[in-house]
Ligand binder design. Structure first.
Ligand SMILES: Nc1ncnc2c1ncn2[C@@H]1O[C@H](COP(=O)(O)OP(=O)(O)OP(=O)(O)O)[C@@H](O)[C@H]1O
Ligand SMILES: [Mg+2]
Length: 259
């Protein structure tokens, strides 16, 4: 389950994102980057945000806290821009918030070093969830107080846009060609051996249980939200159990293998 908060104040849009998340204050007096349920990306992006984010957290990766944010769309009245206001009005009810990292700046691979093990862990995680949004152009990595943080997992787990073809995703290779941490990443095979063992059915079930029920209602082809949660778990377990077609081979691994 996600911790639940209620938005009490809308501060400003976070303009760098395509979906324009909002900076909101909640009734726990903390600030959150709020991902709108009424955004064009739809509720599937929020499902991926929660499921992938919770898997990342369970693996010890630095994903900020995720919360369930209840929003009264009346808060939209302080937003002057009509397009954003409409998005807020369409987002009454349940949304997803990410603990706001104050003073954070976007990761720049030319200015910030990442150690090989951390980089390999992040890359392995992105390969598992099929995250297309970690390129050097748009890394969705923030640096706050000298520490790296992972945000924005809404464009991962894309098999859920077409469940009928989900089996085809299980071995689909992850293209790490543009990955922001590619040039830092160390031994992926070692990280695979360690992390794959940690992604147990229990870990995945716990992450799937954190998805707000509202996002799983009326999913075509599924009788009940429980069945959708189980399908996410089965899908990821199958990827982990099968051959590593999905895990990229980095150039330095290849040169070591042929040396
Ligand atoms: N937890 C956070 N703390 C601080 N800043 C954040 C946080 N979450 C998001 N931001 C800021 O807002 C921007 C947009 O957020 P995010 O990447 O989640 O949105 P998006 O619309 O999905 O982005 P994209 O354009 O990659 O699709 C980030 O690049 C970052 O600058
Ligand atoms: Mg982003």
């Amino acid at each position: 389950m996600l911790r639940e908060v209620t938005a009490v104040r809308y501060v400003t849009p976070l303009r760098e994102g395509g979906s324009m998340p909002g900076l909101v204050e909640a009734d726990d007096h903390r600030l959150y980057a709020l991902k709108w349920s009424g955004a064009a990306q739809g509720r599937k992006a929020l499902v991926a945000e929660v499921l992938a984010g919770r898997i990342g957290q369970a693996l010890g990766l630095p994903v900020p806290e995720l919360v369930r944010v209840d929003l009264d769309p009346v808060l939209a009245r302080s937003e002057p821009e009509q397009q954003i206001q409409e998005q807020m009005r369409a987002s009454g009810g349940v949304n997803v918030g990410l603990a706001f990292l104050s003073g954070a700046f976007n990761f720049d691979p030319l200015c910030f070093q990442v150690d090989p093990e951390t980089a390999a862990r992040v890359l392995w995680f992105d390969a598992l969830i099929g995250n297309v949004d970690r390129s050097w152009r748009n890394p969705n990595l923030l640096v706050a107080a000298g520490r790296l943080h992972l945000i924005d997992h809404g464009a991962s787990l894309i098999f859920h846009h077409h469940w009928a073809g989900a089996a085809g995703w299980i071995r689909r290779p992850y293209d790490a060609g543009d990955h922001a941490l590619r040039r830092f990443a160390g031994d992926l095979a070692a990280v695979d051996a360690e992390l794959a063992a940690q992604v147990t059915p229990e870990l995945l079930a716990g992450a799937a249980d954190a998805i707000p029920e509202e996002f799983l209602l009326d999913e075509p082809g599924f009788e009940h939200p429980r069945a959708v949660r189980d399908a996410y778990v089965a899908q990821l377990l199958a990827r982990l159990a099968g051959p590593r077609d999905w895990l990229p081979v980095l150039p330095h691994d290849e040169s070591e293998a042929t040396a």
